[in-house]
Design a binder for this molecule. Structure first.
Ligand SMILES: Nc1ncnc2c1ncn2[C@@H]1O[C@H](COP(=O)(O)OP(=O)(O)O)[C@@H](O)[C@H]1O
Ligand SMILES: [Mg+2]
Length: 429
């Protein structure tokens, strides 16, 4: 017999097998109806659920189950149909479809099992969620703490900035007072130097007054002899000579100090002869060591003409000499400072300043130009002298300064500057 599903005559509906016994018949019919309706409902709700899920694995498994339940439902529906109508071929096809989907679902489910088993349970998810919430709370707290730290940092940064600007102000003030101190020293030097000729002048003037008084008494009292007149004339002549010598000395001193003072109070640029200017500067410093056995030897050939800033240059020499007297010769019987200069090529000059004092140890040599570096903290040192020197040489005069020294061998500062100073300079000294 050929394979045949449809067009078969003589088949009886399934109800016939049940002998149309109504309890039996309707129990079957009602149960199958309820099963297929429930299956349809289940598969529809499953489809609705998987449409909401993003997880690809869940979607796949859900879709197979929905299809599986749907075909199961349809085979129950077919059971109802065949109670009345003997379409067993159609029923067989529905069963084939049910079998196919069921077998496919069964086969595909196994390889997916590990992944399905690995899916976290709701309790696990809740635990993970709680842990996450705790972590989020901790992070928030950490963020709050961080923000507090950032605020704190900002505050201390602001404080630091204020401190820095105060420090800068203090530094400027100290530099200013260092300049003032050197000016003060200059004024003291001038006063001391001028004191001698002016004092001499006053003595001579008063003895001249005395001479005149005595002579007048003599005129009034007795007859004047020629010899008296001659003595008087000689005394007056001598006094006048002494007066004019001393006044000339005073005038000469005033003349030479005037230039240095003008240079020191302003950082004026002018043409000058290095040797002459150095002589003038050293003359203002001499009173500081005049009554000691310390000496300064100057060896600068005439004719080194510079177009530069003599005032700041004077301050350099002043600071170097001050340092020798304060640091190098402390507690010594004698000491010699030397100041020499020589042209280098046609455009530069090398100025050497040295002393034969205690010298500077190697480890301090690098630091002496630093602002506030002093070995005499609290006893007259500001630590700004050589810093000012460095600033003037590099920023104002456009040159460089190096230091050679060893303990016990004194110091030697080698200053190299152009004869013509750079014009656009920012003087902060
Ligand atoms: N001629 C020198 N001999 C020995 N030490 C010196 C000499 N000049 C400077 N120094 C050292 O360099 C330091 C810095 O000098 P300076 O900047 O002028 O500051 P201060 O004189 O105020 O100490 C001094 O404290 C001293 O130790
Ligand atoms: Mg000093």
């Amino acid at each position: 017999m050929p394979f045949q599903l449809f067009g078969l005559e003589g088949l009886a509906p399934h109800g016939t097998c049940l002998l149309w016994i109504s309890e039996l018949f309707w129990t079957h019919a009602a149960s199958d109806a309820l099963i297929s309706a429930a299956y349809a409902s289940i598969s529809i709700s499953m489809i609705l659920v998987i449409r909401k899920r993003e997880d690809a694995l869940l979607r796949r498994v859900g879709a197979f189950f929905a299809a599986f339940i749907l075909v199961c439902g349809s085979s129950h529906a077919m059971d109802i149909w065949t109670l009345w109508f003997p379409d067993y071929g159609a029923q067989a096809l529905v069963k084939v479809a049910t079998a196919t989907v069921s077998v496919m679902t069964a086969i595909l489910l196994w390889p997916l099992m590990p992944r399905i088993l690995a899916l976290p349970s709701i309790a696990q998810l809740e635990a993970a969620n709680t842990a996450l919430n705790v972590e989020i709370a901790e992070r928030r707290q950490a963020e709050v703490r961080l923000a507090a730290y950032a605020d704190e940092l900002k505050r201390s940064n602001r404080n630091l900035e204020q401190t820095l600007s105060r420090l800068d102000q203090t530094r400027t003030q100290l530099l200013h007072s260092e300049k003032m101190a050197s000016l003060g020293g200059l004024v003291a030097g001038i006063a001391h130097e001028i004191n001698t000729p002016v004092g001499n002048g006053i003595t001579v003037a008063s003895s001249l007054t005395e001479l005149v008084k005595r002579f007048r008494l003599r005129i009034e009292g007795e007859a004047i002899k020629r010899s008296h007149l001659e003595t008087f004339a000689a005394d007056v002549e001598e006094a006048a000579g002494l007066l004019s010598t001393n006044l000339e000395t005073a005038a000469g001193l005033v003349q030479s100090f005037k230039q240095v003072a003008a240079d020191q109070t302003s950082s004026q640029r002018r043409r000058f002869d290095l040797g002459e200017t150095m002589d003038e500067i050293v003359a203002t410093l001499r009173p500081r060591f005049k009554r000691t056995s310390f000496a300064i030897e100057i060896g600068i050939p005439p004719g080194i003409v510079m177009e530069s800033y003599p005032g700041p240059l004077g301050q350099v020499v002043t600071n170097l000499v001050t340092n020798s007297l304060l640091h190098a010769f402390e507690g010594r019987e004698r000491g010699t400072m030397t100041l020499t200069a020589a042209m280098v090529g046609g455009e530069r000059v090398t100025i050497c300043y040295g002393d034969d004092g205690v010298g500077i140890p190697r480890e301090l040599r690098e630091r002496v130009f630093e602002p506030f570096f002093t070995t005499r903290q609290g006893s007259g040192g500001t630590g700004l002298g050589l810093h000012v020197v460095y600033n003037i040489i590099t920023n104002v005069l456009g040159g460089s300064i190096t230091l050679q020294s060893a303990v016990g061998e004194g110091v030697k500062f080698i200053i190299d500057v152009p004869l013509t100073a750079p014009t656009l300079v920012q003087s902060n000294a």
